[in-house]
Design a protein around this ligand. Structure first.
Ligand code: 6V0
Length: 333
């Protein structure tokens, strides 16, 4: 190609607008599922991959680049040094020790805090205005850790939290009722994983509150069925890990969906891990992250919904908050 007749130099066609850059730290099963889902959604102009294992990183980056002929144009850069994330709009952290079959998420904690000390400070330095989205487990505690280590305001540090648990919840309710999961609204809140709380009153189908009429009209919606659904949601990750060794596709879509709401300023409501002090009776003095429905946009967390919880639900939330807070205190951050 040659410059046009007025002799103006060839400039990249995108030079007049600011490019969107997303970094993914950790090119394991989860990081790569997220990167590939983001690639297909035309959300980023540049994706940076950071991984501690150089051969794996180069292999994954090349494998994605070889799909360029079938995808929107995206520059893919990679490196073992977090410097490659410089000037990111969004940094997604998936690096971590993998949960092994039967291991609780809280057991992973100490191993992953050590890792975060190596990752978060340089990332924050290279992209001081970025949004930080934490995925590694235990996600609620590590979101707190990322918040402390980055020095970012809480509105810019978000944990993927129960966004995935809620999509499992919606899938199971939809299957139960034989409707499309996109038409089912239903929230799991609180801690991602074992103590997450199903908010039954939040279930709506096609925009209509559905829980009361479901209870009245469906025998299959009795206490036992509800408990079965809740247990299936909570056990969902363990089941998949037991069968295939890790989870990847659902978390990939779930995080790409969050990335879209954030970077495209969608103001959509997602249950994500946020600084929850002061909500639902959680002590103002307890700095703790857990999932509540939050409005997401380009600035990060734009607001947190005040839910109408039953006393039992609120009490469960406070119990999780207390356990999480005690865990965070042990870290001495
Ligand atoms: P994985 O396949 O072991 O990938 C982790 C990757 O991180 C590996 O490739 C490591 O080499 C890499 N890594 C380690 N240290 C560094 C470092 N300092 N810098 C860069 N990369 C590094 O694990 P997988 O991808 O399956 O899971 C990643 C994390 O996501 C784990 O903590 C999971 O428990 C967590 N998940 C969280 C979910 C959620 O809903 N929040 C869902 C699924 C998994």
């Amino acid at each position: 190609f040659r410059p046009v007749a007025d002799d103006s130099p060839l400039t990249p066609s995108t030079a007049h607008r600011r490019l969107t850059k997303i970094s993914v730290i950790g090119a394991g099963n989860v990081g790569m599922a997220i990167a590939q889902t983001i690639l297909t959604q035309n959300l980023a102009d540049e994706i940076a991959l950071v991984e501690a294992l150089p051969d794996k990183l180069r292999g994954e980056a090349l494998d994605l680049q070889h799909a360029a002929a079938f995808l929107p144009r995206v520059r893919i850069v990679s490196g073992t040094d977090p410097a490659v994330t410089k000037n990111s709009d969004l940094v997604i952290v998936t690096a971590g020790a993998r949960q092994i079959p039967g291991e609780t998420r809280l057991n992973l904690l100490q191993r992953n805090v050590t890792l975060y000390r190596k990752i978060v400070p340089p990332v924050a330095e290279h992209s001081p205005d970025a949004l930080l989205l934490v995925v590694s487990n235990p996600v609620d505690v590590l979101t707190y850790v990322a918040w402390k280590l980055s020095g970012f305001p809480a509105s810019r540090v978000i944990g993927s939290g129960t966004n995935l648990d809620s999509s499992r919840f919606r899938f199971l309710v939809a299957k139960h009722l034989d409707v499309n999961a996109q038409d089912v609204q239903a929230y799991m809140v609180g801690e991602h994983g074992d103590s997450s709380v199903a908010i039954w009153s939040s279930i709506s189908v096609g925009g209509m509150p559905a829980f009361k009429s479901l209870r009245d009209s469906h025998h299959s919606f009795d206490e036992a069925a509800l408990e079965g659904i809740r247990r299936a949601v909570v056990g969902g990750a363990y089941e998949v890990i037991g069968l295939k060794g890790y989870t990847s596709w659902a978390i990939g879509y779930s995080v790409a969906n969050l990335a879209t709401s954030l970077l495209r300023d969608q103001r959509r409501v997602h249950p994500v891990s946020v600084l929850a002090s002061g909500f639902h009776g959680i002590s103002d003095g307890h700095e703790v992250f857990l999932s509540l429905p939050a409005r997401l946009g380009r600035g990060g967390i734009l607001g947190v919904a005040e839910m109408d919880l039953t006393e039992a639900e609120a009490a469960q939330l406070r119990r999780s908050a207390k356990t999480l807070w005690e865990n965070c205190q042990l870290l001495g951050l």
